[in-house]
Design a protein around this ligand. Sequence first.
Ligand code: LLP
Length: 429
Amino acid sequence: MIAEIKENVLYFDGCSTVELAEKYGTPLYVYSENAILKECNEIKNCFLDKYENTRAAYATKAFSSIAMCKIMDREGFCMDVVSGGELFTAIKAGFPAEKIEFNGNNKLKEELELAVDYEIGRIIIDGLQELSLIEEICKEKNKKMNVLYRITPGVDSHTHDYITTGKKDSKFGIPLDEEVIYPAIEAAINSPYVNFKGIHFHVGSQLFDNRSHLLALETTLQLVKKTKEKFGFDITELNVGGGFGVTYTDEQRKSYEYFLKPIMERIIEFSNEMGMERPAVVIEPGRSMVAEAGINLYKVGSIKNIKGIRKYVSIDGGMTDNIRPALYQAEYKGVIANKMDKQADEVITVCGKCCESGDILIKDGKFAEAEAGDILAIFSTGAYGYSMSSNYNKNPIPGVVLVKDGKSAEMIKRQSYEDMIARECYTEL
Ligand code: LLP
């Protein structure tokens, strides 16, 4: 068990959360390596080891750090990056460049130049002008890049509007209008500067239903078929994105197999019908790799009991280390980590310390009675927490610790006040 109770204290991957809070300070991001490895193993068992010519590219936007890149490399994963910064982090971690794939709807020229210089594995082209930009850079540098096209498959994935990405009305991908997509494919096939590999889609995030993936796949396979008919060209790679949902409160998580088995079966069936070699299949899981592997630890401070209305329990972090409740109305569960023997029968609202009424992490959650100095743990915070953190109100970004079998080590040091102002300057004008 990753989370367990010993002597009334919450332990996470063998470490006392109270001791972690004392040793590293709060707020604190804590990741269980065993929980991350469990995700890797599930993907290996039902996908990577089961089918040849498959890859899993961890979407590092969920949590990007040198340590995480090293773990992913050791586990044989590839890496999906979406910015020069994520690319740079992976390269600095010694992550093999040929296993990096670059997504994003507005890759800057300097970011593409970096990608070409490092000779990364794939660039996933997201718009019509991007091919010309890549060609220009490759021509100048005498390089040839592997590329895919990200399409907008036109499916609505029924998740929060901000994290649905596969609809036609989207800033992501290339729409499937015949007069748009086929000239683009033809240009890539004929380009001397790129190897056109195939098609990418990502339908949305935090999904519990495989229908959006399967609908998008159907559209993609039609594209593969027509590309063969029109240009006599066999597409050799399909990237079906990420989006596999996780448990924050009481969601019933679906297995990777639930999503991937029907996808693989359909692609195999299609390839047989077409008499073509099955394309490589790539997935890009982000959230599911790290969300449940992470918890946040806070110290309880001021408590305000507004009679007949609500009890506000303030902690020493907030929207600066987890923006998701404020941004997406995301819900979380938590516990008082040093009172695991006490009944969680008090309804409280856990709020942060930012000057913002919306800085609430858990509204009306059930906890043991909280007192100043208690350690409050919030679960499933490993994805899009640290990576979306900010310095609002000049709150320093908390440290990040990795735990495994009772051992712990810092992955990212807590930001100091000095760190925060290190790049600031003033010249009187
Ligand atoms: N591939 C592409 C092209 C993506 O756009 C994304 C996520 C992923 C893979 C990974 O998806 P995942 O497996 O994590 O669902 N900040 C939001 C999530 C934004 C997701 C954006 N794209 C949140 O906190 O819910």
